[in-house]
Write a protein that binds this ligand. Structure first.
Ligand SMILES: CSC[C@H]1O[C@H](OP(=O)(O)O)[C@H](O)[C@@H]1O
Length: 361
C-alpha cells in the first residue's frame, strides 16, 4: 500500500482508486489535493463517468481502471439479465464519452467488452466483470513495476553520475494503479542513487505538478524543486539538466506522443538545450489506428480553468483557448519506455514490433 502524508501530516494512502467490499468504488478526489484529503464513493457507472469528466480521478491509467470498475458497478446494480450487452450498452457509452484523449479509457473498456463477450448466461456475470476490473487494476500495477525497472536500467547503463530530471504534469501513483509511469521511473531511479534532483513544472491551469507531483515526491524523499511553467527554458539553460521524463496519454503509430499541454514545448526546448527526452507509457497506450499525433482532435476544457482565480473571477471577456493536451513529434523523443521494453528513437516499425511481441527484452 502506497502511503503518503497530507499537508496536515495525517497518513494517507496514495491509492487513488479502491474497490470497497460493499460494492462501492472509493476515489481520492485529486482536485482537492494536497491540502485536503477528500474521498468520493461511486455506486454507479454514471457516478464514475462524472468523476472522470470532473477530474476527481485523472491520469490515463487511473481513468481506465476507474471505468472498468464502473462497468462492474453497473453489472452489480443490474444483477441479472437475459441480454447483458443491451443492459450495459448505455453505461459503456457513458464511460467511453467521459474523456477522449487517454487511450487507457477505451483500452480498459475494451477489456471489459471482451470479457463480457466470452461469458454465458449460466455464469455469474457481475462477479466475472468485477474480476476483470480487478485484473485491469493489477495489470497496471505490474506494468508500472516493469516500466520502472526498464527506466532505471537506462539511467544506470548510460550515466555514472546521478541525473537531473525535469518533470511535467503528474504521472505517479495518483494517475495509475501502481507506482505510476514517469514518476515510477524517477522514484525507482532515486532509490538506485541515480537521481540528483528533480525539477517539477507546476503545469497550469490545474497544477498537476505543484499539487500532485510535488506532493508525491516530497513523500518519497526525492530532492526536488518547483518552478512555473514558463521558467523551463531558463532552467534548462542554467541548471545543467540531463533529462525530461514525461508520460503519454496516447502514442500514435509513428511514435508521436499525445501528452499534457506543455510537453511539446519541453521537447523542443530539450532538443535546443541538449537534454534527452523520455516518454514512459504502457504499450496499451500505443494506438496503431492513429497514424500521426496531429490526427487526434485535442481536448479543450472550460475557460473557467483559466479565469477563476480562487474566489476571483478574472474574466475580461477575452476569448480563451484551453487545450489540455498537445502532440510531441517522434523525432523529438529519444526513448519510449514501456512494460514490454524500451524503444530508442521511436518509429513506426519499432512500435509495431513492440505491440506485436509479448516483450522486447
Ligand atoms: C498518462 S497518465 C498521466 C497524465 O495525466 C495528465 O493528464 P490529466 O491530469 O489531464 O489526466 C497528463 O496528461 C499525464 O500525461
Amino acid at each position: 500500500m502506497l502511503q503518503s502524508k497530507a499537508l496536515g501530516g495525517e497518513q494517507v494512502s496514495l491509492e487513488s482508486i479502491e474497490w470497497l467490499s460493499n460494492r462501492r468504488l472509493r476515489l481520492l478526489d485529486q482536485r482537492r489535493l494536497p491540502d485536503r484529503i477528500v474521498y468520493c464513493e461511486c455506486s454507479s457507472a454514471p457516478e464514475v463517468a462524472e468523476a472522470i469528466a470532473s477530474m476527481t480521478v485523472r491520469g490515463g491509467p487511473a481513468i481506465g481502471i476507474a471505468a472498468a470498475y464502473g462497468i462492474a458497478l453497473a453489472a452489480q446494480a443490474i444483477g441479472a439479465s437475459e441480454d447483458w450487452n443491451a443492459a450495459l450498452a448505455a453505461d459503456f457509452e457513458l464511460l467511453e464519452g467521459a474523456q477522449s484523449t487517454a487511450i487507457s479509457l477505451s483500452w480498459a473498456l475494451g477489456i471489459m467488452r471482451q470479457t463480457l463477450r466470452k461469458l454465458t448466461l449460466q455464469q455469474d456475470v457481475p462477479a466475472r466483470l468485477l474480476q476483470a476490473a480487478i485484473a485491469v487494476h493489477e495489470s497496471d500495477r505490474e506494468a508500472n513495476r516493469s516500466m520502472a525497472r526498464f527506466g532505471v536500467q537506462i539511467f544506470g547503463r548510460r550515466h555514472k553520475k546521478p541525473q537531473r530530471i525535469m518533470l511535467h504534469s503528474n504521472d505517479g501513483a495518483l494517475a495509475s494503479g501502481g507506482v505510476g509511469t514517469a514518476l515510477g521511473v524517477v522514484s525507482a531511479a532515486h532509490e538506485a542513487g541515480l537521481v540528483e534532483r528533480v525539477y517539477i513544472s507546476e503545469t497550469r491551469p490545474l497544477l498537476q505538478g505543484s499539487r500532485l507531483t510535488a506532493w508525491e515526491l516530497a513523500q518519497a524523499g526525492v530532492p526536488a524543486q518547483l518552478h512555473i511553467d514558463s521558467a523551463a527554458a531558463h532552467l534548462m539553460k542554467s541548471e545543467d539538466i540531463n533529462w525530461v521524463v514525461v508520460a503519454a496519454d496516447r502514442i500514435a503509430a509513428n511514435g508521436d506522443a499525445i501528452c499534457k499541454i506543455g510537453t511539446y514545448a519541453l521537447a523542443v526546448l530539450a532538443m535546443h538545450h541538449g537534454l534527452r527526452f523520455m516518454v514512459v507509457a504502457s504499450s496499451s497506450c500505443i494506438d496503431l489506428s492513429l497514424e500521426v499525433g496531429d490526427d487526434l482532435p485535442l481536448e479543450e476544457r472550460s475557460s473557467r480553468e483559466l479565469l477563476q482565480l480562487g474566489e476571483r473571477n478574472i474574466d475580461t471577456g477575452t476569448p480563451v483557448s484551453n487545450p489540455v493536451f498537445d502532440v510531441t513529434p517522434a523525432d523529438l523523443i529519444d526513448v519510449i519506455v514501456t512494460e514490454k521494453g524500451v524503444i530508442e528513437r521511436p518509429d513506426e516499425k519499432k512500435l509495431a514490433d513492440l505491440v506485436s511481441h509479448r516483450r522486447l527484452h
